[in-house]
Design a protein around this ligand. Structure first.
Ligand SMILES: [Zn+2]
Length: 390
């Protein structure tokens, strides 16, 4: 048994001043308490300078795009970004796989213990099996040609089976409201509903909003007439997602850069388990824009944090994402930010029976967050995360 303490313990929900966490040799949480008013080191208690927190959950990543690091110009907008990603997809396979192993290590060193990862193929399966992190893989479907919907779903099921054969958590999910025919969209959401979880990019760019509102613009020009089978039916990306979603499916909406309060309220009517996943570094990279974080905080929305991929980010660090949010939206508060980055992500990925908080019996990992501005309870440029050595 070890008793670990710090200036604060963040349990996954709240701070305990001079808190303590007791773990057994397997890392299982045995008790959570407090040293009281004094931080005089007690015998048998290891004291760390900083906040003791559970491991971070990265709710959105595309590890298979790791080889594209530094390749795509910043601030070029969504349509140009999609075009670049497509052109780099066929790089050397060994190069792609070694970049994924490096990215996995990068996340481990950044205090991340679980990842919701989008995959278009099975190249990441062995890496995920070897990893210390827990992955939920979302096999992504996208195609605007309705004649190919059946073939696309069959292919996605084959990729899904490869991950299942390795004993990994996996489900099928649609890419975004603008990139699937109506037939493929309906089939993909049904697959996701059957698995109880869907992760979909939502209201990410100006181009996407313009496409649905005006039926024209850069995205319309890029994808051409293929959108005619669904575009007239929806005036907002979220309406298309909510049409097919089951109320009990855990719905991860990714980015939400252009989401407003009306959209938020719409989800309350149709889905009980919506999580708003924010990836601020990626939003700054692609569009130099950020979601209305103050609105999400004010509405007490279920928010989680993702890094997106190295094609649109310089790092895969949840702490880096939190530093951006803390500096741009200081009223959010560190307690909200840490909850978004730990327990909420675990809940969204249905991993909260094991991860995300210091509840008894879980094995969430124990980390120390150091270089904190304790006077204002804010992160600093130099804030760091380290695993409490086992
Ligand atoms: Zn993404």
């Amino acid at each position: 048994m070890r008793v670990i303490s710090g200036h604060y313990v963040f349990t996954g929900k709240e701070f305990i001043k001079n808190g303590t966490v007791e773990i057994d040799s397997s890392g299982k949480i045995v008790s959570v308490g407090s040293l009281g008013d004094s931080i005089v080191e007690k015998e048998g208690t290891e004291f760390f300078n900083g906040i003791i927190i559970p491991g971070f959950v990265n709710a959105h990543c595309h590890i298979e795009l790791s080889h594209m690091k530094g390749q795509i110009p910043q601030h070029s907008g969504m349509t140009a970004f999609c075009n670049s990603v497509i052109s780099y997809r066929n790089s050397d396979v060994n190069e792609q796989i070694s970049a994924m192993y490096e990215a996995d290590k990068l996340m481990e060193n950044e205090g991340i213990v679980a990842v919701g990862d989008i995959s278009n193929n099975d190249l990441s399966a062995l890496m995920k099996k070897d990893s210390r992190l827990i992955y939920h893989t979302f096999v992504e479907t996208l195609n605007l040609n309705p004649c190919r919907a059946e073939e696309n779903i069959v292919n996605a099921r084959i990729v899904k089976q490869t991950f299942e054969n390795e004993g990994l958590r996996v489900s099928i999910t649609p890419h975004a409201p603008y990139s699937l025919s109506e037939k493929l969209f309906a089939k993909s959401v049904t697959e996701g509903n059957n698995s109880g979880i869907i992760s979909i990019h939502n209201e990410e760019s100006c181009d996407e909003m313009e496409l649905f509102a005006k039926k024209q613009g850069k995205m319309r020009d890029f994808f051409g007439k293929d959108m005619d089978d669904f575009l007239p039916k929806y005036d907002n990306p979220l309406h298309r997602i909510l049409k097919y979603i089951a109320p009990e499916t855990s719905l991860l909406l990714i980015h939400n850069t252009h989401t407003n309060e009306q959209d938020y309220r719409q989800t309350l009517k149709q889905n009980r388990k919506t999580t708003w996943v924010l990836c601020p570094a990626s939003n700054l990279y692609i569009e130099n824009n950020l979601p209305d974080v103050n609105m999400f905080a004010k509405l007490n929305a279920h928010v989680a944090i993702g890094t997106d991929s190295l094609s649109s980010n310089t790092n895969l660090s949840i702490l880096q994402e939190l530093k951006i949010l803390d500096s741009k939206f200081p009223e959010t508060g560190l307690q909200n930010l840490l909850r978004w980055a730990t327990l909420n992500g675990a809940e969204a990925l249905n991993l909260d029976s094991e991860l995300g908080s210091f509840d008894l019996g879980k094995r969430p990992g124990v980390f120390v967050l150091s270089n904190i501005d304790f006077r204002n309870m804010r992160l600093t440029e130099n804030s760091q995360i380290k695993r409490v050595k086992s």
